[in-house]
Design a protein. Structure first.
Length: 296
């Protein structure tokens, strides 16, 4: 099999074409949101949000059965409740936002497990935990397109206050800016895209499409514009490579995409100029230049 056939063979099937478009859109938007999560030091909060989707899925199953629409709505409501609840607790009490998110995440996750134990039928969590690329339907694709388009528009319209709230939230609030609105809106965008990635990436690994490209791009870039562009490109490339790997290796789509991005992270940790292990080691071992002495 030629390299071209190896790359193109998966996309001769309609379901793989839908998966490609879905993953590409998720990668594009995740590459934009991920650097903001990293710069705002909210990486672990994003992880808590992704895991807090579980009780919404379980409750929707109990009330509506295995309806994909109901499961997505349940996950969305659970994620929004966690995001906005953590923000409200941190604003009204002395508890920091990361601690509030952590507490709510533990409670929600326990509620989800308890609800799963009460299901009348055996509930297969594999698709929700690790993604199911074969299950991406046309309606799922339409949902991802709508969320991705809305996210890009929102990020463009509110780019200035969002960046200011990221780097200097105190100044934004002191000048009368809508700091709390911007923060809450950003959390809503994160939750929406986490829900959009459930079918492809799964609850456990969906955040990998946000954080791994952002961390890799941070090793290579210093400017915010370059950081966003490189992160989106990496997420897009990792999504495509992961889909091809999942097709040929028989792996779930979520782990395959994360493995591809993990390989890129390993290469970047070794080769990135400045923070990379090899450039830093070479700079230490390189003999210092000779000191030139000028005659008196």
């Amino acid at each position: 099999m030629s390299p071209a056939d190896f790359l193109l063979e998966p996309f001769r099937h309609d379901f793989m074409q839908r998966a490609l478009v879905t993953s590409a859109l998720l990668g594009l938007v995740g590459g934009l949101l991920g650097p903001l999560l990293v710069l705002r030091r909210m990486a672990l909060m994003g992880d808590a949000l992704s895991h807090s989707l579980l009780p919404g899925i379980a409750l929707a199953w109990l009330l509506c059965g295995p309806s994909p629409t109901a499961l997505l709505i349940g996950a969305l409501l659970a994620g929004l409740l966690t995001a906005l609840g953590g923000a409200v607790v941190s604003r009204l009490t002395v508890v920091k936002e990361d601690a509030a998110f952590g507490a709510l995440f533990l409670v929600f996750f326990a509620v989800g497990i308890a609800l799963l134990s009460r299901l009348p039928t055996r509930f297969n969590l594999t698709h929700f935990l690790f993604g199911n690329i074969l299950g991406v339907t046309t309606s799922d694709l339409h949902l991802v397109i709508a969320i991705a388009l809305g996210t890009v528009i929102a990020l463009y319209v509110f780019r200035r206050p969002l960046l200011l709230e990221t780097f200097d939230p105190g100044f934004l609030r002191a000048t009368g800016g809508p700091g709390r609105f911007i923060h809450a809106g950003f959390l809503v965008l994160v939750v929406l895209n986490l829900v959009a990635g459930l079918q492809t990436m799964g609850v456990v690994l969906v955040l990998g499409l946000f954080l791994l490209p952002a961390v890799i791009a941070r090793l290579w870039c210093d400017r915010i514009a370059a950081l966003l562009a490189v992160s989106s490109a990496l997420a897009l490339a990792g999504s495509v490579a992961g889909i091809v790997l999942s097709y040929h290796a028989g792996l779930p789509s979520g782990p395959a995409i994360v493995l591809c991005l993990g390989a890129a992270l390993a290469v970047s940790l070794l080769l990135a100029p400045g923070p990379g292990l090899i450039p830093r080691t070479w700079a230490r071992l390189r003999p210092a230049g000779r000191v030139r002495h000028t005659p008196d």
